[in-house]
Design a protein around this ligand. Structure first.
Ligand code: GRF
Length: 204
């Protein structure tokens, strides 16, 4: 399957996806054909270039509104014949129109065990809440923020001597395992989004 990855920053999750998809022994069933960033000169773009993956910068500030920006985004993905979209630290809220076009074909990764701790600074929210376990979630994207059907989760313990930094690092390491796993599941059809917005598992 042809994958487009949307980023805004450092792109360590993008790197995990690049490494997994370029490792022929892993049989992920997907190749990254385009990386789009809404910010120029970010580390993630360099990672894509190093891996010889085409990149595109679409600055949201160059568009009149979200609808126009998302239409430009969609056009680029269609032009590259993208079949699956992975959001990897993409810090823009997407319009319902865009989300609808990619329904069942777009994933996001979030640094908490959803539905807990949605939105920004999820690691900090968990750290300050007193929970002893948090983690990461890969989910299908729907119209609500950090809300769609959950595809892969991994738990990460919060240890008594953790700082927010050490916890964030451990969650990120879990993300790098979870995202390729989730991409593999949908690229190979082992998981799809059913009509009732729940995951349908198949053992093909
Ligand atoms: C990750 O923590 C991800 O869960 C969140 O943004 C961060 C992106 O990090 N959505 P990176 O750009 O992949 O390094």
């Amino acid at each position: 399957k042809r994958v487009g990855v949307l980023i805004s920053g450092s792109g360590t999750n993008l790197q995990a996806l690049i490494d997994a998809t370029q490792d022929s022994t892993k049989h992920i069933g997907a190749e990254i054909v385009l990386v789009i960033s809404n910010k120029a000169n970010v580390e993630g773009l360099k990672r894509a270039q190093t891996a010889n993956i085409p990149t595109k910068v679409l600055n949201h500030k160059d568009y009149a509104n979200r609808v126009e920006f998302d239409r430009a985004l969609h056009d680029e993905l269609v032009k590259a014949e993208v079949e699956i979209v992975c959001l990897a630290g993409f810090m823009r809220i997407l319009t319902g129109e865009f989300v609808g076009k990619w329904k069942g074909r777009m994933l996001n990764i979030h640094p908490s065990l959803l539905p807990l701790f949605k939105g920004v600074d999820a690691q900090k929210q968990a750290f300050e809440s007193g929970v002893q376990v948090t983690g990461c979630t890969v989910h299908f994207v729907d119209e609500q923020l950090d809300n769609g059907a959950i595809l892969v989760q991994d738990a990460v313990p919060i240890k008594p001597d953790d700082t927010l930094e050490s916890l964030t690092k451990r969650i990120l390491a879990a993300e790098h395992q979870a995202y390729p796993k989730a991409l593999h599941l949908i690229a190979t059809g082992k998981a799809t989004l059913g009509g009732n917005n729940q995951i349908v598992w198949s053992d093909n």
